[in-house]
Write a protein that binds this ligand. Structure first.
Ligand code: GSH
Length: 204
């Protein structure tokens, strides 16, 4: 049986939810964390020149949300039908919308433009979007969708610290306890807890 390997940077960002899902699924996997220099040596061998890459059953697979959906299906935490799948996808895409907006600040090189973007999003976008996300989680019984544990919860838990960092919101979990609660629910799942206690710590 070929070895299962997840390759990403030493960050949570777009790789952590896959680590957590693999741990949840009881997968015996190698958690490879490359620095930029090591990544550049293998970049051309990855499907899209990016990480994360999952090597499973002899295949090299990429795109972090597609992979999360795949692992969710494999481990029995996807939707039961097309409508349920849609609800998970819809809420996952909304989390990505918030992440992408925050990323436009994080990855803006020009300081003046960056600060202007941050101010604009902090005034007009984050408050509305975070209220909506909070309402979604409350309506779903502390989960991202379907009122129960799905792969969407793993994506949320894996990415939220990175989003918090990019939004520069140290008080995110005080303002929205539901976010911390959902993150802690996933990290508290027995196999996930066991994995995350042993793996190298990263803040976001
Ligand atoms: N849509 C891709 C995006 C992956 C992505 O942007 N990866 C970044 C790190 S978070 C990367 O590999 N950057 C290095 C590069 O593009 O050279 C996914 O969700 O997996």
């Amino acid at each position: 049986m070929p070895k299962t390997t997840l390759t990403y940077f030493p960050l949570k960002a777009l790789g952590e939810h896959l680590r957590l899902l693999l741990a949840y699924g009881g997968e015996d996997f190698e958690d490879v964390r490359l620095d930029r220099e090591q990544f550049m040596l293998i970049k051309s061998t990855t499907p899209f020149g990016q990480l994360p890459v999952l090597e499973m059953n002899g295949r090299k697979l990429a795109q972090s949300t597609a992979l999360a959906r795949y692992l969710g299906r494999k481990y029995g935490i996807a939707g039961a039908n097309a409508d349920e799948d849609l609800e998970i996808d819809q809420h996952v895409d909304f989390v990505h919308d918030i992440r992408s907006k925050a990323g436009t600040v994080q990855y803006e090189d020009h300081e003046e433009v960056r600060e202007k973007k941050h101010a604009e999003l902090s005034k007009n976008f984050y408050p509305v979007a975070l209220e909506k996300l909070d309402a979604i989680i409350k309506k779903n019984n502390g989960h991202l969708a379907l009122g129960k544990l799905t792969w969407g919860d793993f994506l949320f838990a894996g990415v939220i610290d990175y989003v918090k960092h990019m939004m520069r919101m140290d008080d995110l979990y005080t303002k929205y306890p539901s976010f911390k609660q959902l993150r802690d629910t996933v990290y508290g799942l027995p196999k996930v807890k066991e994995f995350s206690q042993k793996c190298p710590p990263c803040d976001f």
